[in-house]
Design a binder for this molecule. Sequence first.
Ligand SMILES: Nc1nc2c(ncn2[C@@H]2O[C@H](COP(=O)(O)OP(=O)(O)OP(=O)(O)O)[C@@H](O)[C@H]2O)c(=O)[nH]1
Length: 622
Amino acid sequence: MQFLLMVFGVVFALLPSFGTLAYESKAHMQQMYDALLLSVEEDYDLSLLPSIRALKEQARGQGDKELQIKTLLLEGSVVQHFGEFEAGLDLHQQALQLAGSEANTMLKATTYLAIAHLDIDLESFDLAQRYLDKALQLIETIDDNAQIHAEIMLWQARLYMDKGAYRLALKTAATPLASSVRQETIAQLSLTRSWAYLQLGKYPQARAIIQKLDEQNYLMKNQRMRIMAAVQRARIALQAGEYQDAITLAQQGLEITLGTRFLLFQSQLQWILAAAYAQQGNYQQAHRYLKRYTVTEKSLNLQKRNSKLLKLEAQYSLAQQQQALDALERDNAQQAKLIIAHQQQIENARLNQQRWLLIALLTFTLITVIYWRWQNRQYTKRLESQVTARTEELAERNKRLQTLSFTDSLTGLNNRHHFFSVIDSKIEACRQVWHGAQPKGSADLIFVIVDIDHFKGINDTFGHAAGDIVLQDFSEILKQCTRESDTIVRWGGEEFLLVMPDLDYVAAQEVMERIRRQVEIYPFIVNDQVINCTCSIGFAPFPFYPSEPEKLGWEHVLELADGGLYLAKASRRNAWVGVLAGEGEALSGSSPLAHNLQTYLQTGRLSTLSNLADLIYSRKAG
Ligand SMILES: Nc1nc2c(ncn2[C@@H]2O[C@H](COP(=O)(O)OP(=O)(O)OP(=O)(O)O)[C@@H](O)[C@H]2O)c(=O)[nH]1
């Protein structure tokens, strides 16, 4: 294997001079690295260095930072194993700087772990602890962290061992492990636990762990671990008082170390042999191995002295580099603060922008709502004014319609509808006066019925149109002979009804005479011809009995006025007749008036007033 790697190393070292051939595939380079890693873990062989360096250059050439970092760490671990602490430090430092610029958390954690390893070797335990903590903190964010976690625990346990904290080491090395953790790491953790038990004097537990490792065959692949296990077995036997076993196991261990550079293990095994033989009383053998042990120790001490010196130099550099690193970290923290402040500024600006946008949006919404409400109000106003206009128009139309429905189309006078719509209020006004609710005044109304005499003859002689003209002229005469307050109604055909307020029957006589006379003298012109007409008038006062105003209703008074008209017609026409209360018994509303008019006149229950002295009371036939 090592021969192959050396060949690879030479090839790699030469490759850069062969142009494109230098660019190996990434996968191939990774394979190469894995093989180198295994070899280093087995034995820190210096001959591996050219291959590692060649691979490192190759990774640099291809810009593969990850592999570059890994190879830097690997190279560092090899040179540091051979006491080149300062060079190792430098390599680790390079790896750390590269890892710092990488976003790969796993890579950073691996770098921290390697530096912790270096610090443990340099006995800078505090620094080692710091890097272990950093690595542990970093991997918390990684999902697939079982392997690196186990490795951190291993180095943490070794750190505790170096500091003499065996129980802590035991606890740390006993961390539960996932199945994905490499066998080598599991075996190293087990060896550390066994070593811690032995340090605590618990050799059965220490032995059980080694036995389990043997059963699982975890140690066979790695020579270094096999030797470590052999030393451990011999040491356990010695501590257990099984001296013969200790001798056998130590000798087996020495056989494995033959031809290797593991001087430390050799000296430990020689010491165990010397101690075991001494315990058996075989002082000759004990002396023999003690001598060998002394020789080995001498060369080890020489190595250690050299390495101590180197360590001191490295520690000095380490302190300096650490200071630089701390300054760098402080600078980084400052930078991070600046970045956070900058991000805060950006965030604030974004928030400000959002705020303004929101304000603009709200303002726009507000303006829209105000405008919409204003529009709505305008629209409502327009609608209202339209409704008002329409209502007024409707009222006007209704008024016109009412006027039309209350007006006689031929004469322009009020018609019967009008009379019936106003008569109740007129009667009510009279009643208010009777009952004292209104100021005292005249509550008298005169109901008058006027009828044109022989109108049929006019129609027959001059035609219907001529009759219409007479009717119109006749209406004008009625208007001229009455007051504004009087109501003139075309009662039907050539018959007219007048309702005259504030007029007693004495004063009424004058008005009746004026009408009769005006008609009599008026020259009605029809078909260019002057014709003369007369009219007959009947009237009656309301209340009919002033002392008993409710005795007869207006309908009865109208009937009595009609009776007066009948008397005028029955006599000579061109006359007016007023029907008044007589001295006899007062009539009641239930009395049949029209048919008994003559009887009531003769019996004195009714009396008359007329321009005629000779009134005829009997109804004229036809
Ligand atoms: N030209 C015209 N004639 C009408 C109108 N209304 C009714 N007359 C007519 O008026 C006439 C009324 O006739 P009569 O009831 O007999 O009454 P008179 O001829 O006036 O006779 P005395 O009332 O008894 O004097 C009828 O011939 C109707 O046709 C109208 O609006 N225009």
